[in-house]
Ligand binder design. Structure first.
Ligand SMILES: Cc1cc2nc3c(=O)[nH]c(=O)nc-3n(C[C@H](O)[C@H](O)[C@H](O)COP(=O)(O)OP(=O)(O)OC[C@H]3O[C@@H](n4cnc5c(N)ncnc54)[C@H](O)[C@@H]3O)c2cc1C
Length: 337
């Protein structure tokens, strides 16, 4: 049986490794755009205080996975899913090919969400969603450090990732202004009292936090990028951190049912019973996306058991919590996830 996996994030890799264990004879192929190996995405937001991050973030090389008989095709993009003949189309740096599947696992994860008014300005800002993004940001920052300058950053978005990145840049020594649309930070995840203490922690680390900001876009003036709000101000670098968007394009083109993510049943099966989805991209029947490490690993292990015939019950989410990786911050109340 040909089992094909799209994506080398925690969802795809955890599934592949567990399935290898449970089904020693299965043929497993994993296709990924990545070249650097399997890395820890949560560690991206500690990417400025850890000097060796570009190496230490790698959890496993693709060669290590190949040694475990997982056929990793890296630096390649899946461009189409053809459900009629159960094949996918792959485009790589030096090849175009088509690959057959009996079971297809879509674990393409999510991209950074860019609010539509910001889209025309995409050359003026960075995001922090992948290792490639982090490398681009670090290179840009290093240019300032080489000239003995502290870069001035604007972070747009006071959710989990915006607060984490702002905190890490400030602790690394940079000047940071955080713009948030709402009246309190991380309002979706934190109790009001915790938003207040988070604000204090960020301000104590030197971050200027601007709440209730209606950011309309950006402009470039000389070497500075300006944030268009009521009062425009200039910055050296801009990071948009406004949430995430599941990469549903391929599945949608293949005619699978899409909501916020790819719609799956409680067995993580899409509307085509040869195709499964898990991780950031999967939308469960309760309308939830379980976009955190712990439930994703649980989905991956569960699915490996299900496809190998060893799991009979439906997947149910584990009890889990998370922690904002803001230097010096501990919430007093549980997160709302
Ligand atoms: C900065 C940051 C900090 C975070 N911190 C935490 C935290 O502290 N705790 C927590 O629980 N969660 C955290 N998260 C969320 C967590 O990292 C994600 O929920 C998780 O990584 C999602 O895993 P995934 O495998 O579903 O997707 P991804 O990690 O997005 O992996 C998907 C992979 O698929 C590849 N891909 C996509 N399309 C194609 C294609 N067409 N062809 C080939 N390859 C393709 C992508 O290149 C990518 O490698 C954080 C996320 C970010 C961005």
């Amino acid at each position: 049986m040909d089992t094909v996996i799209i994506g080398s994030g925690i969802a795809g890799i955890s599934f592949a490794e567990k399935y290898r264990l449970l089904a020693p004879d299965a043929k497993i192929t994993l296709i990924t755009r990545e070249n650097d190996g399997y890395y820890s995405r949560p560690l991206l937001s500690r990417g400025f205080t850890k000097n060796d991050i570009e190496q230490s973030i790698i959890l496993k090389t693709f060669d290590k996975l190949r040694e475990n008989r997982i056929n990793v095709i890296s630096g390649a993009e899946v461009t189409a899913i053809n459900r009629n003949d159960q094949t996918i189309a792959i485009s790589g740096s030096c090849r175009e090919e088509s690959l057959h599947y009996n079971k297809l696992v879509i674990s393409q994860g999510s991209a950074a969400f860019i609010p539509p008014p910001f889209k025309p300005y995409n050359r003026l800002f960075f995001c922090l969603n992948s290792l490639a993004d982090l490398k681009a940001l670090r290179k840009f920052r290093q240019g300032f450090l080489n000239d003995n300058r502290k870069p001035d950053w604007a972070i747009i978005g006071g959710g989990l990732i915006g607060c984490e990145v702002a905190s890490d840049l400030a602790v690394a020594g940079d000047n940071v202004t955080l713009f948030h649309a709402m009246g309190r930070l991380m309002e979706r995840q934190l109790a009001e009292e915790d938003s207040v203490s988070l604000l204090k922690v960020l301000e104590d680390s030197g971050i200027k936090v601007l709440l209730n900001q209606n950011v309309q876009g950006f402009t470039k003036q000389d070497e500075k990028v300006c944030v268009k709000t009521d009062v425009a101000t200039g910055f050296d670098g801009l990071i948009v951190a406004c949430g995430f968007k599941p990469r549903t394009g391929l599945a949608e083109k293949a005619g699978l049912e899409i909501g916020r993510g790819i719609k799956v049943n409680q067995c993580l099966q899409t509307t085509d019973d040869a195709i499964y989805a898990l991780g950031d991209i999967a939308e469960l029947p309760n309308g939830k996306l379980y976009a955190y490490i712990l439930p994703i690993r649980s989905q991956a292990f569960w699915l490996a058991g299900f496809i190998s015939g060893q799991e009979k019950n439906e997947w149910s989410p584990p009890v889990f919590s998370t922690k904002a990786k803001v230097h010096g911050f501990e919430a007093a109340h549980p997160y709302n996830l």
